[in-house]
Structure formats: C-alpha cells, structure tokens
Design a protein around this ligand. Sequence first.
Ligand SMILES: C[S@@+](CC[C@H](N)C(=O)[O-])C[C@H]1O[C@@H](n2cnc3c(N)ncnc32)[C@H](O)[C@@H]1O
Length: 288
Amino acid sequence: MFVMVVKKPRNLRDALKGKLTKKEMEFLITSYDSMGDIAVIQVTKELEKKAKIIGETLLNMNKQFTTVCMVSGEHQGLFRTQPVKVIAGKRTKKALYKESGSSFMVELGKVFFSPRLGTERLRISQLIKENEVIGAFFAGVGPFPIVFARQSKMKKAYAIELNPEAVKGLIYNIALNKCQNKIEPILGDVKKIVPKMLVGKCDRVVMPLPKGGEGFLREALRALKPSGGIVHFYRFVDREKGSEMPEKEIKEAAKELGMTTKILRNKKVRSFSASKEQIVIDFEARKK
Ligand SMILES: C[S@@+](CC[C@H](N)C(=O)[O-])C[C@H]1O[C@@H](n2cnc3c(N)ncnc32)[C@H](O)[C@@H]1O
C-alpha cells in the first residue's frame, strides 16, 4: 500500500520555502508577538510586497490566530503607539490577550501594549505585600495594575494614563477583570496628577516608561509614604554603561527631595537593539 506522508513545516521559514526566493529569505524576521488571536510580525522593507504571503502562511500554521498584522513603523510620540496593518485573516485590530489569569482588550495601533513585560508584572505582584497602595504610572490599558490586583493582596492602585484611548481600554479591562474596587483609573499627566492627589500615599510606584521615565522620578518619590516605599524604574540604557546613568538620576532626584535611597535590584528586562537594553531598577526611598 502506498501511504503519502505530508511533512508539516517546522517553522515559518520552513513553511515559506518555495514562496520566497533565497535572497528574500535573508530579509525574513521569523519572530512575532502573540496577542491572543492576533499575531504581530515585523516585515522588513525588502519584503513588503510579500507581506500577504507571509501573513497567510503564518495564519495557516497556527490555528490560534485569526488575524496577522504587520508592524508598519516605530513606537511614536508621547503615547508610544506603534502603527500596524492587517495583512491576513479577519480585518480587525482588536485583540483579546490573556496573561497571568487576566484578560486584556487591546486596540492595536491606538494604544501601547507589550506582551514582553508579562514576567515583570508577575515578579512585582509577588513582591507586593498585603494592603499596599500602588502608584501605577503610565498605566496604558492596565496590564500592571490589573495583574497586581489579581495576583497580589494589594489594597488599591491609582492607574494614571495620558492617552484617552488607552484610558477607555483601561476602564474596560478593569471591568473585564472585575477589579473596579481595587483600581482607580485616572486620565491625565503624572506630572499634574501626583501633586494634586497622590503625594505621600503610596507604598510602591511602578514606572513602565523606559524612554523618558527618568523625567518623572521626582513624582515617583513624592508619591511615596513619608515612612518610605519602593519604586520600580524601567529605562533603556547603553549596554556597555549598564545602570550607571539611572542610578545617578535616582540619587540626584532623591537628594533634591531630601530622601535617601537604596538599590534593591538591578536587572536586564530585555534586549532592545545591538547597543541598547531595557533594565529595571528596584529601589527603596525614604525621607532623611
Ligand atoms: C511604554 S507605555 C506602557 C503602557 C503599559 N504600562 C504597558 O505596559 O502596556 C507608556 C504609557 O505611558 C503613557 N504616558 C506617557 N507620558 C505620560 C504622562 N506624562 N502621564 C501619564 N501617562 C503617560 C503613554 O500614553 C503610554 O500609554
């Protein structure tokens, strides 16, 4: 008896053999972000005309996906949004993403969201003690405060976000995850909101704004309780210089406010480019 064995492609590169030329294969980026039912992939300029084929191939390989989007630009502006285009499947950019027992509706292209910080959100949740009050700066659609609310015994988080589209998503996701009694969504600028309503209230502040977050260290320090608290400060740094610059920035801000600081942890979160990486510094601060 003759049995035909159809070999399944092992990966995207394998599946695209015969669809892309050898030269085109050199420009292929095979990694992608999985945003629930939507895959988000980078397509290099050289392959833009083949985007549809790449998207359809990825869609056929993964039954989990109903849509494939390609990133069509860098993160931009104050809101750190990244333009995306649907290249295959259902014409939608609304993704339902699940992480650590929480669900997030994310409108791709209109708000910032990165599934790559999931480990960080869980790590911090495990550090939060019972009844803590958290300042969730730069909250986006809520991944940090919502994972905290569901994975820790925190009392309350103030979730501050400047992008009105992201705040709409934040409010939706707070309800979706049933944490209305634990998270207060606030539309506004951290610079204005902290002096108005957060001075001296928090046990912990999380600052997930790796580009420019250093300009808000004084607000993070002012938000801490007079008895002290902990800050999680994210920052892009030169790989070679490591935490030298952010540690200096922390010291300077604390000195200005008459506070002492102690670095608790300093760790790489992810590579960003050949010369840059994202790090997080956990530090303690209190009034002298
Ligand atoms: C890198 S994103 C992080 C979003 C979210 N925490 C996440 O991990 O998905 C930074 C967010 O900070 C917001 N943002 C920027 N400047 C701000 C400010 N001055 N006050 C409040 N939010 C701000 C942006 O709109 C963006 O949503």
